[in-house]
Ligand binder design. Structure first.
Ligand SMILES: [Zn+2]
Length: 136
């Protein structure tokens, strides 16, 4: 079944480097030069020490499923054709916990603790969305 492309994410000043990297199939995370904390979501100050001395670091793209839910009834019409799909919290190897989708073969068999790797789903306007897939 062919699915319609998701709409392009709306970037802001804090998240533009994140979305630009995703277009190049790279997962990057904000990293604090002051205290060494790596975090997600992107923001202009470190949530741990409030420093604005930040840089972007490429993430490994590996993580484990902390929790998940199978969405069977879409909250927006845009997502209706994708149901059922898996919404998950991933504990990234790099530290942060990230909300995302588990996609690909066997996604509906997701279990807590599963190893996952990042993949990039094409969206409208050439944008890409970091998603995760279970390791074979
Ligand atoms: Zn910090």
């Amino acid at each position: 079944m062919t699915q319609a492309l998701l709409p392009a994410p709306i970037a802001n000043a804090d998240s533009t480097p994140y979305w630009d990297a995703a277009r190049a199939d790279k997962l990057v995370l904000p990293h604090c030069r002051s205290c060494g904390h790596t975090f997600f979501m992107p923001r202009h100050q470190c949530p741990q020490c409030w420093s604005a001395d930040l840089e972007w670091k490429q993430a490994s793209g590996r993580g484990t499923v902390h929790s998940f839910s199978v969405v069977r009834r879409a909250s927006l019409a845009t997502f209706a054709a994708r149901t059922p799909y898996v919404l998950a919290l991933i504990d990234l190897e790099d530290g942060p916990r990230m909300m995302t989708n588990i996609v690909g073969e066997g996604a509906l068999d997701t279990r807590i603790g599963d190893a996952v790797t990042v993949c990039f789903e094409a969206c409208a306007d050439g944008a890409k969305l970091p998603q995760f897939q279970r390791k074979a």
